[in-house]
Design a binder for this molecule. Structure first.
Ligand code: ADP
Ligand code: ZN
Ligand code: MG
Length: 626
């Protein structure tokens, strides 16, 4: 179904969680399955042994003696306690006591065995083995089974004795060095960390001044902004060992392991100071204590307490800096950020246009780019990308160019890679002509509204090629604004609803594909009311302070109802405007939809060539101030 990305910082949303049934063909599993199969076969065959042959007759031993006496038996087979006598057209089966001999039995009965063929099979050794095997095998299998189970439950490599040891990976001076030069676009953060570097290099300078030395630095920022990288770079700049461990690595199935790993980590680091201890993703353990209603929070609390204890225990002579990174500073325990602990906060933000250019130039090294590539344009186009996204994009562009057997990477490859990073890979989903037409009108609706609204930036690309979860997409040329105006926000909501408006106008029908648009539009409208104070309710923060565990309501339900009314008013007004704009420009919409059905993707220039230049006009929302 048609969906669009028209926000300025498009993120891939609704990533489907695919739960796959995975068959793991590692050697131990093959061994395990092999044993299971053997075991089944074994049990089956030992059952089978006790099933007598169909043509035979179960008799007493005296019956066989009589048969021999009557010379009806040609041959007797004895194996252990089983006696089989072969007559002309049937076999007789009997059992004797073990230990007694067939010859003795017949002699005692006074019957001669001279005329009969007697074969004594010596099966005792075989059956002995079978006996031993059948008693030992299940036990052995059981032991093996538990052994594998145990190993899998507990990270494979470590033995039971090292479970409380920290698994910190250590980077020391010999490792490939990361320095501040490898991190770009985060100049303020680097500035703050320079101080840390200086302290690690010249501790005496600070001590002689009586300054309290820094202990903990908390790095905060969205994922992919280079927190981990910057921590390593700090160690690289200072030339000290770097003990790195992720928050989740402290956790195991056994209680108390986390705390003992913390102790171990700090002890190791103390031995090789000056050093940096880095705890990545600290929110995994540093969540507010007492908040966890789910199980397992005891272990986390203990681990967190141990970290606090270790940090408090630093003597003034210690040259240890604890760095930690998180993208959820809001959930951290307040005790962590008290003075003397993680009292320094370094905030990393998504890079701005200059930052992106600098990051691009770092990661472009070693890749052959066509001389026509304009890094200014790339930096402009990638608003909202994190450092990791940019790195990923350049890598994708290189892969793309290589796949097409190109000598150099050109602008088209970069554009394709950027779209892929934003929206996921292209999917050659087979769309029926009917579906394609609906998608074309839906996306056309978005694009036309963006073109019409004076405050929205130029259309960057319209496409009905499915990517990720969406059937099509419309993107704007992203320009960063310092301020959002109410008019601009209303125009955006209108553009988000442009897809649905086009469906309604052209097909007098609605599709489920607009659900994502509607969700985003509603969300934005609500934010305008409750956060930005852009409604008749006035500049009051009406945000409900909700979280997972309790619901703190500081607004009355009467006010809540008013909020809902205001949200609806905004959405209705924007949708109405979208409909009227499309109605007025139906000729253009038809033209655009037709072209999209044919060419599938139009870039910004092609779009303008088709529709005409963006006109200067007054925003329809400028008058509707309420
Ligand atoms: P985080 O820890 O904040 O999630 P990472 O430090 O793991 O992010 O970043 C992942 C990768 O993205 C880095 O290895 C680097 O290649 C790239 N990267 C991220 N931010 C930057 C930056 N500011 N400068 C250069 N490269 C960056
Ligand atoms: Zn849409
Ligand atoms: Mg990280």
């Amino acid at each position: 179904m048609p969906q669009s990305t028209i926000s300025k910082t498009p993120k891939i949303q609704n990533r489907k969680k695919i739960i796959k049934l995975k068959l793991d063909f590692s050697w131990k599993n093959i061994l395990l399955y092999g044993f299971l199969i053997l075991f089944t076969i074994f049990i089956f065959t030992s059952f089978n042994q006790n099933i007598s042959q169909p043509s035979s007759k179960e008799v007493g031993i005296s019956y066989i003696i009589n048969a021999v006496k009557a010379s009806k038996v040609q041959k007797i087979e004895v194996s252990d306690t089983d006696i089989t006598a072969y007559e002309k057209n049937q076999t007789l089966q009997a059992t004797k006591e073990s230990g007694s001999s067939i010859y003795t039995i017949f002699r005692d009965a006074g019957v001669s065995l001279d005329k009969t063929d007697v074969v004594v099979k010596d099966t005792t050794t075989f059956s002995n083995w079978l006996n031993i095997l059948s008693s030992v095998l299940p036990v052995a299998l059981m032991i093996l089974f538990f052994y594998f189970l145990f190993r899998q439950a507990r990270g494979a490599q470590e033995s039971i004795f090292s479970i409380g040891k920290s698994k910190a990976s250590l980077f020391n001076k010999d490792m490939p060095k990361v320095t501040f030069a490898d991190v770009a676009g985060v100049d303020e953060a680097k500035q703050e960390l320079t101080e840390i570097v200086d302290f690690l290099k010249h501790p005496d300078k600070y001590r002689s001044m009586g300054a309290r030395t820094p202990k903990g630095v908390l790095m905060v920022g969205p994922s992919g902004t280079g927190k981990t990288l910057l921590a390593r770079a700090t160690a690289g700049e200072a030339g000290v060992p770097f003990f790195s461990m992720a928050g989740s690595e402290f956790m195991e199935m056994l209680v108390g392991v986390g705390a003992s790993r913390v102790r171990d980590l700090f002890n190791n680091a103390k031995k090789s100071q000056p050093a940096i201890i880095f705890i990545d993703e600290i929110d995994a353990i540093g969540r507010q204590r007492g908040m966890g209603l789910m199980g397992g929070h005891d272990e986390r609390e203990q681990t967190l307490n141990q970290i606090l204890v270790e940090m408090d225990g630093f003597t003034p002579n210690e040259q240890l800096i604890v760095m930690a990174a998180t993208n959820r500073p809001d959930v951290l325990d307040p005790a962590l950020v008290r003075p003397g602990r993680f009292d320094r906060k370094v905030v990393l933000d998504l890079p701005d246009i200059d930052g992106r250019k600098a990051i691009l130039s770092i990661h472009a090294k070693g890749k052959p780019f066509d001389s026509s590539v304009s890094w200014d344009k790339v930096a402009q186009r990638t608003a909202g990308f994190s450092g990791a996204d940019l790195e990923n994009m350049l890598n994708e562009s290189a892969i793309l160019a290589a796949r097409l057997n190109k000598k150099v990477i050109d602008m088209k490859d970069i554009e394709e890679a950027a779209t892929k990073v934003q929206l996921g890979p292209e999917k050659k989903r087979l769309q029926k002509d009917e579906d394609k037409k609906i998608t074309a009108y839906h996306e056309g609706g978005h694009a036309l509204l963006m073109w019409y609204m004076p405050n929205i930036d130029a259309v960057h690309r319209v496409s009905i090629v499915s990517r990720g979860m969406s059937l099509g997409h419309t993107m704007m040329e992203p320009v960063e604004h310092a301020h959002e105006t109410k008019t601009h926000l209303l125009e955006q909501i209108s553009a988000m609803l442009g897809g649905r408006a086009a469906e309604q106008l052209i097909f007098n029908e609605m599709t489920t594909g607009a659900s994502n648009d509607i969700e985003k539009a509603t969300q934005l409208a609500r934010t305008m009311v409750v956060e930005y104070g852009m409604s008749s309710l006035g500049p009051i923060n009406l945000n409900e302070d909700r979280n997972q565990y309790f619901e703190a309501k500081n607004i009355s339900s009467a006010m809540q109802a008013k909020v809902d009314t205001e949200v609806k008013k905004i959405v209705d007004a924007c949708y109405g405007e979208a409909l009227s704009v499309l109605k007025k420009n139906k000729v253009k919409l038809d033209l655009l939809a037709n072209e999209l059905t044919k060419k599938e993707t139009l870039d910004g220039d092609e779009f303008l060539a088709l529709i005409g230049p963006k006109e200067k006009r007054k925003s329809p929302f400028e008058t509707s101030k309420n």
